[in-house]
Design a protein. Structure first.
Length: 245
């Protein structure tokens, strides 16, 4: 039983270290992409980046609670809190993955409105990256560049619709695949903490359970103590009688 407890403690700590690494990765990705610290980040929807950042924070906090519970194995309240946080993170991550999948499946539906409402930097970056002009056609909210001249449609590049749609759909596919794959780590952590809590319950139950041999020894010891107590109580009266004789 002690060996199982030690193994569950090691598994709990290791799985939470993986948890912590994933959380740091998601947090770094979300914050850097929101601030456009690496290329192509400007093309990813901002709402998805914010949700990924929040998920990273939740995973980091949850992993720290889990590591703390690995060192304080007898604190059941810590394990209950950790289990609750893992379930919340799991549900939230599934929700984000479903949202990203839905946006990837319907990229053409929302991308047109996004292009119309996007900033000049967004349009300029997309046109330079894909060597295109406008969205659905060269007069669809373009930004004038050397390859995009709305006044000279013949000399302008092709529209960005097909190239941009394909690129964003591919990026979103990578994101929701990574999110769905990351659920395996949360399931592993959840299974480990449940196993650890079950081993704690079995250990506590064994401490209070007494076998037949232990019960016989306890009864024998109790009777012996009672007899000894009766002898001690009766000894003064015996001594007084002996003095009368």
């Amino acid at each position: 039983m002690a060996c199982c407890q030690k193994q569950s403690q090691i598994y709990l700590i290791v799985s939470n270290l993986l948890f912590f690494i994933c959380g740091c990765g998601l947090l770094a990705f979300g914050m850097m992409a929101t601030q456009a610290k690496f290329s192509n980040a400007i093309l990813i929807p901002v709402n998805i980046l914010k949700m990924i950042t929040i998920l990273g924070l939740i995973l980091i906090f949850t992993s720290l609670i889990g590591i703390l519970g690995g060192f304080y194995r007898e604190k059941k309240a810590i394990h209950i809190l950790y289990t609750t946080l893992v379930l919340v993170a799991f549900i939230y991550q599934v929700a984000i993955a479903v949202i990203v999948y839905d946006q990837a499946a319907h990229t053409t539906t929302w991308l047109s409105d996004t292009w119309n409402d996007s900033s000049r930097d967004y349009k300029l970056y997309a046109q330079k990256k894909f060597h295109c002009c406008g969205f659905s056609h060269t007069l669809d909210h373009p930004v004038a560049t050397s390859t995009c001249m709305p006044d000279h449609v013949v000399n302008s590049a092709q529209p960005c619709y097909e190239l941009l749609t394909r690129y964003i759909r591919n990026d979103l596919s990578h994101i929701y695949i990574a999110l769905f794959t990351g659920l395996a780590i949360e399931l592993l952590a959840l299974c480990n903490v449940i196993t650890h809590m079950c081993s704690m319950e079995n250990t506590n139950r064994r401490k209070w359970e007494v076998g037949p041999e232990e019960q016989h020894k306890y009864i024998h010891q109790t009777n012996y103590n009672n007899m000894s107590a009766d002898t001690l109580v009766a000894s003064p009266s015996i001594q007084s009688k002996s003095r009368q004789f």
